[in-house]
Write a protein that binds this ligand. Structure first.
Ligand SMILES: NC(=O)c1ccc[n+]([C@@H]2O[C@H](COP(=O)([O-])OP(=O)(O)OC[C@H]3O[C@@H](n4cnc5c(N)ncnc54)[C@H](O)[C@@H]3O)[C@@H](O)[C@H]2O)c1
Length: 349
């Protein structure tokens, strides 16, 4: 059977008709001129490409059906993380020792048997529950930090192994840089490369948890990852706004960063800083330490009048700049609730 080179649509029709008769099909293909072969091949590539595309879409959709456990769901970050994930289509269970509208499960992470029983059937855990800086001020004992932060985290990691949960995201803190932030002459440029130098029991327990996560990544093949989040304590408008220039985090940006980490397939153990951004560059570090106002005015001239109207004070000295370039490059993290955002929101009254 011979097909003229121009009638490729007919050729394809013929081939489809002989799909279940491979011998006949081989004979037809032998008789088709080279150009038609090319067109048919292209057609098949398109068809297969389309199937692969559909499969990828399907897998992406399945991803969204991942069941996620968020610990600390009654807390500031845990609450918005539960909301962020639910809004993105995930099935989320919030766990905490305290009841709240985002807590589905009352769970004490210090109790291994409960942790083991209640973590069955999840695909990932986002762990935000902890005692933190405020509890240092409230004079919680070192033992209670070790029990909640280290034992609680280890219980969750061990339960992950037993219940075959591969993904574990740990919320650490930028406070872990501790004494590395002390510099009399210039502000410290804080990337993940800066060596952490814990200065209190909170930092010490967070560092131990980071290392536990690294150990489980390396020895147990778990996909653990670390998020050193900046400060989002409830503070005055003025302080929150000032912090948003160099060290603050809006917890909604933190939750978005955690979601991006959840969606990333890690082939190495990674640590990320998460803050709501900063306008400063390396060449500003000396000036912002000694006299930040002209530098702030250079980046945000509109801020001067808004601060005056609201009787706010600019920081007298800026000692650090938290950088999240790594999260931006690897995870696509792009904080929304920046200094500009907050200045406009608070400035409008
Ligand atoms: N708030 C900040 O400025 C800040 C800064 C850096 C890092 N972090 C880290 O971010 C995470 C969240 O901080 P947050 O401000 O939302 O804290 P938060 O105190 O508002 O919430 C923590 C939650 O953990 C829960 N929790 C404590 N012990 C528990 C236990 N044994 N079992 C189960 N749940 C328990 C608490 O009930 C609370 O709801 C923490 O890991 C913290 O170390 C916070």
């Amino acid at each position: 059977m011979e097909f003229p080179p121009s009638r490729t649509a007919d050729n394809i029709g013929q081939i489809k008709a002989f799909e279940n008769h491979p011998e006949k099909l081989k004979e037809i293909l032998r008789n088709i001129p080279n150009r038609s072969h090319f067109v048919i091949l292209t057609h098949l590539c398109w068809a297969w490409g389309f199937q692969v595309f559909n499969l990828l879409l399907f897998l992406k959709k399945i991803d969204r059906y991942m069941r996620i456990l968020v610990t600390g769901s009654a807390g500031k970050l845990g609450k918005v993380t539960v909301q962020e994930l639910r809004n993105s289509g995930y099935t989320v269970v919030g766990a905490d020792i305290l009841a709240s509208d985002t807590t589905d499960l009352i769970l004490d992470i210090q109790d291994f048997q409960s942790v083991l029983a209640f973590t069955k059937g999840f695909d990932a855990i986002i762990h935000t529950a902890a005692l933190h800086g405020r509890h240092v001020d409230l004079q919680y004992s070192r033992q209670s930090f070790v029990d909640t932060n280290i034992t609680g985290t280890l219980n969750l990691l061990n339960a992950c192994i037993k219940n075959q949960i591969r993904r574990f995201l740990f919320t650490s803190t930028t406070s872990i840089y501790g004494n590395a932030l002390a510099d009399d002459h210039e502000a410290v440029w804080v990337t993940e490369q800066l060596i952490a130098r814990p200065r209190d029991i909170y930092d010490i327990t967070k560092q131990a948890c980071e290392e536990l996560c690294r150990d489980f990544f390396e020895k147990e093949g778990m996909m653990t990852s670390i998020y050193r989040v900046g400060r989002f304590l409830p503070e005055s408008e003025n302080i929150t706004l000032n912090h948003r220039l160099y060290r603050g985090l809006d917890e909604r940006d933190g939750a978005a960063g955690l979601r991006l980490g959840l969606e990333y397939d890690f082939s190495s153990f990674e640590i990320f800083n998460l803050s709501s951004g900063s306008p400063f560059h390396l060449e500003d570090l000396i000036d912002i330490k000694t006299n930040p106002l002209p530098v702030i005015a250079k980046y945000y001239p509109e801020a001067i009048a808004i601060y005056q109207e609201n009787n706010w004070s600019f920081p007298a000295s800026i000692d650090r700049v938290y950088r999240c370039d790594k999260a931006t490059e690897i995870l696509g993290y792009n904080p929304k609730y920046t200094f500009t955002y907050l200045l406009n929101e608070l400035g409008q009254g």
